[in-house]
Ligand binder design. Structure first.
Ligand code: NAG
Ligand code: NAG
Ligand code: NAG
Ligand code: NAG
Ligand code: NAG
Ligand code: NAG
Length: 934
């Protein structure tokens, strides 16, 4: 057997070598016109001997040669050594700008070979074509988009999410005369699949396909379907420029009754898909009318009585546009009216339609790129300029910029470069920014003269103070129509006559060039910022206190238990204390000296965890209490800001289901937080970590943990000082104390819900596998994003599986994608964690499954609020814990109150109604159906 396998393998290798020689000798050496083929981080140009495509390094875009990594395991391009460029950035995006011809159609393809990090936090980043998000890369190797160029270049960008983004290859290919857009050129099409049916070996691409589309064999062909091939087939009316490559057409799959192709791993949000089918009749003996079939997509008939040979040709292409979410089922069924032969298909392509997002106003982009070049000339290594890549405003503005939207297009309104050690001349282009209102260049080392400003400028505030400007201020500056403030003190203007004669000091507030030496700029600013934050912080607390005092009574009925419910229920779930019962005593976090921290941890001797923030050590307080000590490391990916954020928020919160903060230390640049030690680890450990092997969590405990966490999140979302969104809800952030009470932890990324009028927060945070797709695509944050993540946690407790597991087959990588079809078909038993099989009440299980499904609704408006979830989980727990007697008694109890919520055997499902959360604007879609029950 072994020998035979080896023999086959050698033959196959020989075959490849022959093909390879053929291409090398006869392969098209010309063409490749307009191809851009970048091999990131390679040392020099090289030609791939299979495809004859010439590759060049990417140093024109990124000259850095240190942040490159060798990839040893994968070979995509037959390069001697394959590399990835790694972008070790704190935030934001890095872009490649590629030259395009306006109105030309292109295919753009990124290949991402990278080592998957071993932690549970998979590296993930967003890929943009222009400013339109194309895909979230966490495990995908290849991302391809098709677009029509709107100007003379296109940006291809990677935006950091978790870990460092990376890229290995980038390809741009003009598409000639192919009709992908069907007249709607204002979209980006994301390639989902491009399949060459009937071929089982190599992918077909350039030079067979002049546009270098890659036609791959079907990944797991159904062995009962037969392949046919006909290498000498003559295709009538074939045109090599516009039609798909002959080698792709020469093979097909066929079946006597029906062909089915399932794609069950497409996005769960609804998108429009364009499906292209290619048919060539390979059997030359077949006559028109002998092979007739119907075409279905997701059970909807798209074409009936389809006959390839109709109209005297033997080749046909057809395209269908469908709306789909979750899966695509492409089916060809032999026509029922007596067609002797079953269906056939040679190839198909599935493309997802993504609406093109308008880039920033063209003039703003041009001017800001020029300004960047001017600044770069004198400030080659300035940190601020490193983030100035791609579009200046979208998806996030460059450091130092602020943008607004005017008539649907983004424009730059503020430029603040203060205190960043800039040198050189005043970046003249800045004056041309058409919508700039605020310009702050203070506290730098800019020199030379201040240039004149165009009269059309909208500037309202200009700060040039604390630089090395000379000469006089231009009259054009003094006569700007909207100018209200102008500061220019502490420069080298000289004689004090730098204000132009036309300056009107009653209209424009100014420092008259006076220089007050208040010490170093940094410390002044720090004091000011410090006062401002502390002030507003105090203010918030004050308002909070007043609010609590005056409004508490009014809020009581809205707390966890509806007052309309019978009181004894509260006693029934004795093991679960509710929020109102146990408002924990305020413990003010203590400011510990560093020495004390070293003492209690015995000089950091017991490491108990590591994460993006640094390390966690175990310690014991003098009174014997065990604590966890979180120490931010110098190389931490979570910044000072997250640490401060966590410290501040935790000092405010008092809730049984949130991890409390006992103290902190910020001596000697150290940042340390001290929490009580949670002796039962995290929910994640208990579900599928080491601890789960010792003793699996039983189902009632799982529900009560979920309920505890849900209460903690409810507290955050309805916090009196304003809704707080956790932003990183996941099973490893749900910790368990000695009595298995759940406590939500890790508030580094948490933030208040955006208020009306806030500029949308564009910084997406979270963990791959838990991230709300809507938040991720729209960047608009709401409490419902936590709800989505919580839904994933619920699926974890049901299935006992990780949200993302790349060791599984491709279709099972994502827990959500894997579980959904089973739930839809009510096949819950097949997804329930084997270690709780037989240990749960079906009704209770269904309750939790339904909550989970409602939580992971793609559209946030359909997701329930945490408070609803708490109620549903309470019900589930009651059902699980109940004796049937209890069910009956409570049933009669409720029938008095007019509700039949608990009646057994009743036609139950009401699902969870979509509810707007108290802090959010109501969705406008109230009349839409609630989430489908099953
Ligand atoms: C690499 O290829 C590019 C584009 O084809 C060309 O401009 C450049 O001169 C080549 N570099 C070397 C070292 O051959
Ligand atoms: C990557 O490989 C090249 C050549 O194969 C070698 O010179 C280089 O040192 C390697 N880099 C790393 C980081 O291993
Ligand atoms: C390269 O990596 C180092 C550390 O890993 C980082 O400090 C530096 O900013 C990176 N440079 C780029 C261009 O990503
Ligand atoms: C890409 O960016 C570089 C650096 O700013 C610039 O020199 C080049 O002209 C840009 N190319 C295109 C096509 O815009
Ligand atoms: C193939 O199609 C292209 C684009 O429509 C056209 O310009 C060309 O003339 C066609 N070639 C033949 C042989 O028909
Ligand atoms: C796919 O669609 C066909 C036709 O509508 C249907 O018969 C078949 O059951 C579907 N398959 C799956 C797995 O949904």
């Amino acid at each position: 057997m072994m020998m035979e396998g080896l023999h086959n393998w050698v033959l196959r290798l020989f075959e490849c070598l022959v093909i390879l020689c053929f291409f090398t000798l006869f392969g098209s050496a010309s063409a490749q016109e307009g191809f851009v083929s970048l091999a990131c981080c390679t040392d020099s140009n090289f030609t791939n001997t299979n495809t004859n495509i010439s590759w060049t390094p990417d140093y024109n875009w990124f000259s850095d040669r240190t942040n490159c990594t060798n990839i040893t395991k994968l070979t995509v391009n037959n390069a001697d050594d394959e590399r990835s460029r790694i972008f070790e950035i704190d935030s934001g995006k890095r872009c490649y700008n590629l030259t395009t011809l306006k109105d030309q159609e292109y295919l753009i393809r990124g290949t991402f070979l990278g080592s998957y990090s071993n932690s549970s936090e998979v590296t993930s980043f967003t890929v943009y074509v222009g400013v339109t998000p194309l895909d979230l890369v966490h495990l995908s190797l290849e991302v391809e988009g098709v677009f029509v160029a709107k100007k003379n270049y296109i940006d291809f960008c990677l935006e950091k999410r978790n870990g460092a983004p990376y890229i290995s290859y980038l390809e741009l290919r003009p598409l000639h005369a192919l009709d992908y857009f069907q007249g709607f050129s204002s979209d980006v099409l994301k390639l989902i699949s491009r399949v060459n049916l009937g071929n089982t070996s190599l992918a077909i691409r350039y030079p067979d396909d002049p546009s270098d589309r890659i036609w791959k064999p079907l990944s797991n062909p159904d062995p009962t379907i037969s392949s046919i091939s006909s290498p000498n087939i003559n295709v009538l009316n074939y045109n090599a420029t516009v039609d798909i490559p002959l080698p792709v057409l020469q093979t097909a799959l066929t079946h006597s009754t029906q062909l089915v192709f399932l794609h069950s791993d497409i996005e769960t949000e609804a998108y429009e898909y364009r499906v292209f089918f290619y048919f060539l009749e390979l059997d030359e003996t077949v006559k028109p009318g002998q092979r007739v079939f119907d075409i279905y997509i997701n059970d909807e008939k798209q074409a009936s009585g389809f006959d390839i040979l109709a109209n005297g040709s033997n080749y046909k292409q057809s395209v269908f546009t469908v709306l789909a979410n979750g899966s695509l089922n492409l089916t060809f069924v032999k026509s029922s009216d007596g067609s002797p032969l079953g269906p056939t298909c040679n190839a198909y392509e599935i493309l997802q339609v993504r609406p093109w997002i308008q880039e920033t106003n063209e003039k703003d982009v041009e001017v800001s790129l020029n300004s960047r070049d001017e600044l770069l000339a004198y400030n080659k290594v300035n940190e601020v300029l490193k983030s100035w890549s791609g579009d200046p405003c979208l998806p996030l503005p460059w450091d130092g910029l602020a943008c607004e939207s005017i008539n649907g297009s983004s424009v730059i309104t503020k430029l603040d470069l203060s205190d960043h050690k800039f040198e050189g001349l005043f970046p003249f282009s800045i004056t041309e920014l058409p919508y700039l209102k605020t310009l702050n260049l203070s506290y730098n080392d800019f020199a030379g003269k201040v240039p004149s400003f165009p009269a059309s400028s909208m500037l309202q505030s200009v700060d040039l103070s604390h630089n090395k400007f000379i000469g006089v201020l231009p009259e054009s500056l003094a006569s700007l129509p909207y100018l209200k403030t102008l500061n220019f003190g502490c420069n080298q203007f000289g004689d004090g006559n730098e204000l132009p004669p036309n300056f009107n000091s009653s209209r424009i507030k100014t420092d008259f060039g006076k220089c007050d030496h208040r010490g170093s700029p940094r410390s002044i600013q720090a004091i000011i910022i410090g006062t401002v934050t502390c002030g507003s912080f105090l203010f918030t607390v004050m308002v909070g206190i007043i609010y609590v005092c005056f409004c508490r009574q009014k809020f009581k009925p809205r707390a966890v238990f509806d007052s309309s419910r019978p009181v004894f229920m509260k006693n029934f779930i004795i093991s679960l204390s509710s929020i109102d019962d146990h408002v924990s005593e305020p413990i003010n976090p203590k400011d510990f000296p560093l020495e004390f921290i070293e003492d209690i941890t015995q000089k950091y001797s017991t490491l108990i965890g590591e994460g993006g923030f640094g390390s966690v050590y175990r310690g014991t307080l003098p009174d014997g209490q065990e604590v966890a000590v979180k120490v931010r490391s110098a190389t931490s990916t979570q910044g000072t800001r997250e640490f401060e954020n966590e410290r501040k928020l935790l000092s405010l919160f008092r809730n049984e289901n949130l991890v409390p903060l006992l103290g902190y230390c910020s001596e000697n640049d150290q940042q340390i937080l001290v929490y009580p030690f949670m002796s039962n680890g995290s929910l994640q450990d208990r579900l599928y970590g080491e601890l789960s092997k010792r003793k699996p969590l039983d189902w009632p405990t799982r529900i009560s943990i979920a309920l505890g966490a849900a209460r903690g999140l409810t507290y955050l979302h309805t916090y009196v000082g304003g809704c707080v969104i956790h932003r990183d809800v996941k099973s490893s952030n749900i910790l368990l104390d000695q009595s298995m009470c759940a406590k939500v932890a890790d508030f580094g990324f948490s933030k208040g819900a955006p208020q009306e009028g806030d500029v949308a927060s564009l910084e997406v945070r979270g963990t791959a596998g838990y991230l709300d797709p809507e938040y991720y695509t729209s960047h608009s944050l709401s409490a419902k994003s936590d709800v989505f993540s919580f839904g994933v946690v619920l699926l974890e407790i049901i299935c006992g599986r990780e949200p993302i597991n790349v060791r599984m087959p491709r279709s099972e990588w994502s827990l959500v994608e894997w579980a959904k079809p089973y739930i839809r078909q009510s096949r819950i038993d097949e997804i329930v964690d084997p270690s709780i099989k037989g240990g749960y009440h079906a009704e209770a299980m269904w309750r939790v499954v339904e909550v989970a499904v409602a939580c992971i609704e793609p559209f946030s408006a359909y997701r329930p609020c945490m408070a609803d979830i708490v109620r549903e989980l309470e019900d589930a727990l009651i059902i699980e814990n109940n004796a049937s007697e209890y069910m009956r008694s409570i049933d009669s109890m409720y029938s008095l109150g007019g509700s039949n919520r608990f009646s057994v055997g009743n036609d139950k499902k009401m699902g969870l109604p979509p509810t707007p959360c108290p802090t959010e604007p109501s969705p406008i879609t109230h009349d839409l159906a609630p989430p489908e029950p099953r």
